[in-house]
Design a protein around this ligand. Structure first.
Ligand code: NAD
Length: 456
């Protein structure tokens, strides 16, 4: 890309952004070039590469050039630089420290696929550095982080896509599900069940030598300083190639310090679709009740009493009382997917199928033309990255906007808090506060480790 062209494009983006930030109504100007041309494509960088980072990077080569990659694990970084060079025929620069990426003026947007405890810090700093952001779900580790991200999106006018790609992909099955609900094909919605699976418990995981290639302190970042732990058995299959039991790569999902477990891992996908379908993307539940659940270790005052075993809930049935008397059930039981039940029928949808009588009835009584596009807000994009880039070009928020994401993620975070404290929580969706429960409200935020506060 020639530098003169780059400057013109950057000036354009900056002025469009400034205009957007002022009134928060993005001007619908189109970038004066399209990403079809190899010389006019947006310049991206990915931060956090091992599993999902590579998935979203490789899905994006068609639309963007990757100028840089960052990871705190030198082996992961090296392997992904090689794969990226092979794919785009140009070697990206590589950094351990993501801040070097943010310092670069030639990078338009970053894709963030670190563990969850890093998302907010990197995303906020990236926006303040003038980058548009694609950040993996779950966007946050706490409810307060969600509010901060919303504020910074608003102030900076950056375009922000959350990685909940079910909104765009999976053969449009989820969009069809929402269109069915909206068309009244199950009557009045009474209950939505999100089957998100569960994680198992772990044996005691001993302190282990930190792998030479890994900067453990940097991996921990804002989380409390603790020793690296791992057992020798390796994870196989999806996300494999790392210790099955550890407090680091992939296994971070099993620790409250870095993640919200399945509740936010898969909840971020299915509760998102559920809330979208029932029109609850800008509100929240009045109450979240842990009907039954199992924590793998003993807890006191909301905190695990041991630090050498997975501490995320392994089994659960949680009820959220949603507006219009709709019961939202989140469970580890049954199939992974979403069951919609109404006064006139029910159907089930997941990434691989959509089944039930209302779906069979479509043969004789199809949805009206344009029903899916109406849900999506226009022509459905080729994939979730394409949708992000369309947002960048038009300076408008993509399909997985931070506001609707945070709203549904609040249900997932509240579910975890309710289980940790072993009590139902009353929620004020206007103030976004737990009612009359100071202790529970203290879980809406977390303290960053010294030296890893968000740089604002
Ligand atoms: N959209 C989806 O369907 C989907 C699927 C899988 C994972 N995810 C999300 O992607 C994120 C990552 O999950 P994963 O399975 O790839 O985890 P992972 O542990 O396999 O990979 C995370 C990578 O981030 C790196 N990292 C950690 N801190 C970093 C930092 N400060 N700077 C740069 N790199 C850093 C690690 O070294 C590692 O390479 C999670 O938030 C997860 O929920 C989303």
């Amino acid at each position: 890309m020639s530098s003169s062209h780059q400057t013109t494009r950057r000036q354009f983006l900056q002025s469009a952004t400034a205009a957007g930030a002022a009134g928060f109504a993005f001007p619908s100007v189109k970038r004066a070039f399209g990403y079809e041309s190899p010389n006019e494509r947006p310049v991206f960088a990915t931060i956090g590469l091992r599993n999902q980072g590579w998935a979203i990077t490789s899905k994006s080569f068609k639309f963007a050039d990757f100028a840089a990659l960052a990871d705190v694990d030198a082996n992961v970084l090296g392997a992904n630089v090689e794969k990226t060079e092979k794919a785009q025929k140009k070697k990206p620069d590589s950094y351990k420290d993501y801040r070097k990426v943010l310092d670069r003026k030639d990078i338009d947007a970053v894709m963030i696929a670190t563990p969850d405890h890093w998302h907010t810090k990197i995303a906020v700093e990236a926006m303040l550095a003038g980058k548009d952001v694609y950040c993996e779900k779950p966007l946050t580790l706490t409810i307060a982080e969600g509010k901060l991200i919303e504020k910074i999106v608003k102030e900076t006018g950056r375009v922000f896509q959350v990685g909940t790609m079910q909104r765009t992909e999976s053969g449009q099955r989820f969009l069809q599900a929402i269109a069915l609900v909206r068309a009244g094909r199950i009557g009045t919605v009474k209950k939505v069940t999100c089957g998100i699976g569960g994680f198992g418990s772990s044996p005691v995981i001993p302190v282990a030598p930190v792998p030479e290639e890994l900067d453990w302190d940097f991996w921990l970042g804002p989380a409390p300083k603790v020793p690296y732990r791992a057992l020798p058995e390796m994870r196989k299959g999806y996300g494999g190639g790392v210790p099955l039991y550890s407090n680091c790569h992939y296994a971070f999902r099993n620790w409250h310090e870095y993640s919200g477990g399945k509740l936010t891992d898969w909840g971020a996908h299915h509760v998102d679709i559920a809330c979208w379908a029932i029109g609850a993307s800008d509100t929240g539940p009045s109450k979240v009740t842990p009907l039954n659940y199992k924590l793998p270790v003993e807890y006191k005052d909301g905190h695990p009493l041991v630090d050498d075993q997975y501490n995320i809930a392994t089994e659960y049935n949680i009820r959220a009382d949603m507006p219009n008397d709709i019961e939202l059930l989140i469970t580890n039981e049954g199939d992974n997917g979403i069951l919609f039940e109404g006064t006139k029928g029910r159907f089930f949808v997941n990434r691989g199928k959509i089944v039930g009588k209302p779906v069979e009835d479509l043969k004789d009584n199809p949805l009206p033309d344009g029903a899916i596009e109406e849900v999506y807000g226009g022509k459905v994009s080729e994939n979730h990255t394409a949708n992000f880039i369309e947002g960048i070009n038009a300076r408008k928020q993509p399909i997985s906007d931070v506001w609707s994401h945070n709203r549904m993620l609040e249900i997932c975070h509240l579910s975890n808090i309710a289980m940790r404290l072993d009590r139902p929580l009353d929620w004020n969706p206007v103030k976004r506060e737990i009612i009359r429960d100071e202790e529970a409200n203290s879980f809406l935020t977390r303290e960053s480790r010294r030296g890893y506060e968000i740089n604002m």
